[in-house]
Design a protein around this ligand. Structure first.
Ligand code: EPZ
Length: 421
């Protein structure tokens, strides 16, 4: 197994470019199933999760051509199977996003249940309830969701009991080719939902309420869509992760290709900790605090503070001048990084869904274990500021969602290498 070795203490400097957003690229790739024509995808991040979903498309009979310039041409005209097998879905739960598009285009599909993951049970009950409201017959058997709608899905009013990013994405895609109008109430409003809605609108589908909690979609009654080229939006979580790395090492760095609106909460919280920023269009430079101040965080749906930034901020807060309180409201087990951060010398205490991050003067390098994607990046952030050597094991978690992480950190002056156990 490979692991990352980081020698902490280096200041970071220079600039890097933020990649396309993994959590936007995944629904966009699933959405290409709605078309029987070629579509070009631009700025896809080169990460494992994207490769996994593109592999699923080819297993279904779609064609995927990776071009020299990094763009990817997808054509799902010849999809011959509507079964998303356990082998793929168990690797990447977001594969469940093919459920809506396959069902609305082909009238039937079988998708392996995604199962939970380290951060929580992550059920898909809201996805299934919504598809049933649109006329689908859903059966769960042998670990698979079998869905049928041979006369096509019907437009319906969908009210989500909880705001769900994946649920909203599945229903937006299902509704785009349904017979009639679908209204989604209590829809997620993340930037990736906006990108998906715009992709479908730009293919000629009537979509209202983009970016709001109520989205209305007039389906094409089974007619496949014809997409324009799609450029994936910048990754707001990757950007926030590097800003946290700069904050905790008291460094000045510049990030290119950032959507400032998408990282407004990250900027706000880092300003509260004493950092400042210079912004010029899609370029942002962070200027370090003289001494990091504490931060209080409650994770919530967009445009609130993102749960995907919770672990990274906790790593920064370990070296603040006073106690921080971090409350995780979206997932029931998203504190796996706490015990690993404490192995580095942090002083973090858990009580139900909240963490008290008590200040320590310094962190010390140690062997630690990555447990999920964002927890892994939190360990890197802490390791960059720790005295001595930190070895981070099980880094396959990182490779799922951060493009060329070592390369970008090396370019910023970090002392980091990937070694073999
Ligand atoms: C997306 O997951 C992201 N993944 C997650 O990012 C992110 O943490 C999450 O949204 C919340 O922002 C992708 O976009 C690929 P949800 P998703 O459905 O869609 C509950 C990362 O690190 N729920 O919004 O699975 C669920 O258990 C990943 O990049 C139900 O109860 O999240 C959770 O508590 C991690 N029933 C809450 O809703 C359902 O049917 C939010 O889940 C669906 C969800």
């Amino acid at each position: 197994m490979r692991y990352l070795q980081i020698k902490g203490g280096n200041k970071l400097s220079g600039e890097i470019t933020i990649s396309g957003a993994k959590n936007s690229a995944l629904p966009v790739i699933a959405g290409t199933i709605l078309s029987d024509k070629a579509v070009k995808l631009i700025n896809l991040p080169k990460v494992v999760d994207i490769n996994t979903l593109l592999k699923l498309l080819t297993m279904l009979g779609g064609s995927v051509v990776r071009n020299e310039d990094g763009t990817v041409d997808v054509n799902n005209a010849n999809i011959s199977s509507t079964k998303a097998v356990y082998e793929i879905v168990s690797q990447m739960r977001a594969s469940i996003l093919v459920l809506g598009p396959l069902l609305t285009r082909f009238g039937e599909c079988e998708v392996s249940l995604p199962g939970g993951c380290a951060i929580g049970d992550r059920p898909i009950d809201l996805h299934l309830k919504a598809l049933e409201a649109m006329g689908a017959k859903i059966e769960i058997k042998g670990g698979y969701v079998r869905a049928e709608a041979h006369d096509g899905l019907k437009g319906a009013k969908i009210v989500f009991d909880k705001i769900t990013v994946g649920g909203t994405e599945n229903i937006v895609m299902a509704a785009s080719m349904a017979h009639g109008t679908t209204t989604i109430i209590n829809a997620a409003r993340e930037p990736e939902i906006i990108q998906l809605c715009e992709m479908i609108r730009d293919a000629g589908v009537k979509v209202d309420g983009i970016g709001t909690g109520t989205i209305t979609i007039e389906g094409t009654c089974g007619k496949p869509l014809d997409f324009k080229d799609i450029t994936i939006i910048p990754d707001r979580i990757e950007a926030g992760t590097y800003l946290c790395a700069a904050a905790v090492t008291y460094s000045t760095i510049t990030l290119n290709s950032v959507n400032m609106e998408h990282i407004a909460t990250t900027i706000d919280k880092l300003e509260g900790m004493g950092c400042s920023f210079t912004i010029d269009d899609d370029k942002i430079t962070i200027h370090p605090a003289t001494q990091l101040k504490s931060v209080n965080i409650i994770t919530t749906e967009y445009p609130g503070f993102p749960t995907d930034m919770q672990a990274q901020f906790m790593a920064v807060a370990t070296l603040a001048d006073s106690e921080s309180i971090i409350e995780e409201r979206l997932f029931e087990n998203r504190f796996m990084h706490v015990r690993e951060l404490n192995r580095l010398g942090a002083d973090i205490w858990l009580k139900s869904h909240s963490a008290a991050v008590r200040p320590v003067k310094e962190l010390f390098g140690a062997d630690v274990m990555a447990t999920d994607l964002r927890a892994s990046s939190a360990l890197i952030i802490a390791a960059l500021a720790a005295n001595g050597i930190t070895n981070i094991h099980r880094i396959y978690h990182l490779d799922r969602g951060y493009e060329d992480l070592e390369g970008k950190l090396l370019a910023l002056g970090a002392d980091i290498k990937r070694l073999q156990e």
